[in-house]
Design a protein around this ligand. Structure first.
Ligand SMILES: Nc1nc2c(ncn2[C@@H]2O[C@H](COP(=O)(O)OP(=O)(O)OP(=O)(O)O)[C@@H](O)[C@H]2O)c(=O)[nH]1
Ligand SMILES: [Mg+2]
Length: 296
């Protein structure tokens, strides 16, 4: 039996979370086209008769000096110390820039097992050829795969390789688990994803979700509880952002609530109803204590 922890690293929006969701066959980690959607190390579990592969999703590596962004990079550094294999995901549609060069250096210096996976090959372009050439010349001894996390093309070969290089070991999670996240965290992430998808510009980076409480109730208030009620705050940084998230006569927050309830009710074995409020907490991204809890 094989068992390995595998860190998935890459630039923001290279498709790390999409890759893990496709591999694990379920929504493990939220996805959007806004860079830095992922803020935590999120585990997705792949089970097979060959063993268990535990993928660790990481925030996209960035070069910003801001406290919040630096904390995301620290998360990546910590993950590298905990894993058996490093999987570096490269976006086939974006030219290498300063960020990618910095990541390439970190990848080069990593001394454990490692592979490179070029993602988004379903999108036709010439950048893929250039990436292929540069990476093959620079990393002669390292396996380079080409995949689409959206269509699933090429993923089987990546899994085969990962099992090949994984150490022998027993499963660390039950074989029907695809993630080990706490329900409350998953609920907050799905709500955050819906806010990101419904808003633009600075809003996605300025929010976090604070789950106040959860309670099981029957829709009629009697009998067997079949619905989980969740009271949550969507925290923003400024009054103007509050207005944007609420929308005209509450239309935006209603859309967010309905989309989140729909997805959550499909993910969990019970219905989920949300009571969402929007609240301003100025400068929350500079609050160390809060970041310690949010970016664990
Ligand atoms: N066409 C195409 N799009 C993809 C593929 N993989 C991911 N995407 C898209 O790329 C965008 C970013 O995907 P994510 O999975 O959120 O990327 P990420 O690397 O986790 O991003 P961060 O968490 O922000 O670092 C989303 O719009 C995805 O739908 C792919 O193989 N093909
Ligand atoms: Mg992500």
């Amino acid at each position: 039996m094989k068992f390995a922890f595998i860190a998935v690293i890459g630039r923001p929006s290279s498709g790390k979370s999409t890759f893990i969701n496709t591999v694990c066959g379920e929504k493990v980690s939220i996805v959007s086209n806004v860079p830095q959607t992922t803020r935590n190390k999120i585990r997705g579990i792949y089970n097979s008769s060959r063993g268990q592969l535990v993928f660790i999703d990481t925030p996209g590596f960035n070069l910003s000096e801001k406290k919040f962004n630096q904390r995301l990079n620290t998360t990546i550094q910590n993950v590298l110390k905990e894993v058996d294999i490093l999987l570096y995901l490269v976006d086939a549609t974006r030219m290498f820039g300063q960020e990618e060069n910095e990541l390439l250096l970190q990848f080069e210096n990593y001394s454990g097992h490692k592979i490179i996976v070029i993602n988004k090959i379903d999108i036709q372009n010439n950048i893929l050829k250039s990436h292929r050439k540069i990476l093959r010349e620079r990393f002669k001894d390292i396996d380079i795969f080409e995949i689409s996390s959206l269509t699933g093309i090429g993923i089987d070969r990546v899994i085969d390789k990962l099992f090949q290089i994984s150490p022998e070991g027993e499963r660390q999670y039950p074989d029907d688990f695809y993630t080990d996240q706490e329900p409350v965290f998953r609920i907050s992430e799905i709500i955050r994803e819906k806010v990101i998808l419904e808003t633009r510009e600075e809003i996605p980076h300025s929010i976090y979700i604070d789950i106040l409480d959860t309670e099981f109730l029957n829709a009629t208030g009697e009998g067997i509880s079949d619905t989980m009620w969740v009271r949550a705050l969507v925290i923003v940084e400024r009054e103007t952002q509050k207005g944007i998230v609420i929308g005209h006569r509450g239309s935006k927050i209603k859309k967010i609530r309905i989309a989140a309830e729909k997805e959550l009710s499909a993910l969990f074995p019970y219905r989920i109803k949300l009571d969402l409020r929007v609240k301003v907490r100025k400068n929350w991204r500079k609050n160390d204590h809060l970041l310690n809890t949010l970016l664990r």
